[in-house]
Write a protein of this length. Structure first.
Length: 284
């Protein structure tokens, strides 16, 4: 059985309108089963994962795109990340005792949302996402309109089994015909149902929506959960904490134990590890 974790680009021929489709199944479950997420938070995390995959399709270099939100509501942290080669990871931190209302703004409360683009080579970039719309998709559409000056539509879906989404963009330099096409395909895209996006393959969905248009599909790409943590990266985090703090923890606890927030891999460092980190050699 073919994997349902797939990403696919498409364009409307002879126009400045492009799109992308994604469906997540196993990767979504691997991520959302890392913690006992309440349904509203799992749904929003699924939407964020889909959004990060769709937005990563706009990158023209190797690297990662992450979506991060910090809030003062029940959902304290929301983070999703996708690399150029479609590896994803994500998490949410929440206060289960504060769960009351379940809409987007009630979950996050007051807070900040940002998109961070980290090239493998080059400078990191971060853009602030406005929090004025009532949905995650609406906030991201406003981000593209304000920060990138690119008209963008995002449809994000998520339930207990999977997540899926559709992105449409009208690129700069569009003609009157492109503008008419943009209005037409946007209207059609908004008619798609959640079960169609979550259960049907891309060709079927896009044919149902845009069968009167000339659409070119590019090869599909697999999407998978993969954490980028490693022992070396964790040591780098300890180095950033500083020598004094690390040795203080060693004196108190005998070792430094750290768990990856995304995949729960456990790392343990003893005094020899910390000696080598800060002096380049061990004393024992």
């Amino acid at each position: 059985m073919a994997s349902r974790d797939q990403f696919q680009r498409f364009i409307f021929e002879d126009s400045q309108v492009r799109g992308a489709w994604v469906q997540l199944s196993e990767s979504y479950r691997e991520i959302t089963e890392q913690a006992p997420y309440p349904d509203p938070i799992r749904k929003l995390l699924g939407e964020a994962l889909v959004a990060s995959v769709l937005m990563s399709s706009t990158l023209k270099f190797e690297g990662t795109l992450s979506l991060q939100a910090q809030g003062e509501g029940p959902l304290r942290t929301l983070m999703s990340e996708c690399s150029h080669d479609r590896y994803i990871r994500g998490l949410a931190r929440f206060d289960e005792h504060a769960m009351t209302d379940q809409d987007f703004h009630s979950l996050l409360g007051e807070g900040r949302m940002a998109i961070t683009i980290t090239p493998d080579k080059g400078n990191r970039y971060q853009g602030v996402v406005p929090r004025e719309a009532d949905t995650l998709a609406g906030c991201l559409e406003e981000y593209f309109e304000r920060s990138e000056q690119i008209a963008t539509s995002l449809l994000l879906f998520s339930n207990e089994q999977g997540a899926a989404g559709l992105l449409l963009q009208r690129l700069p330099g569009s003609s009157d015909e492109d503008n008419e096409l943009w209005d037409r395909v946007n209207h059609l895209a908004r008619t798609v149902k959640e079960d169609e996006m979550l259960e049907l393959d891309s060709e079927t969905v896009l044919h149902r929506l845009f069968h009167e248009e000339t659409v070119r599909l590019f090869d599909s790409e697999p999407v998978a959960f993969r954490c980028s943590c490693s022992r070396e990266r964790t040591l780098g985090a300890l180095e950033a904490i500083g020598k004094e703090e690390c040795y203080s923890i060693l004196d108190e606890q005998g070792a430094i134990d750290m768990d990856c927030q995304f995949c729960h891999t456990h790392y343990r460092f003893d005094r020899n590890d910390i000696d080598h980190l800060f002096t380049g050699h061990t004393l024992h």
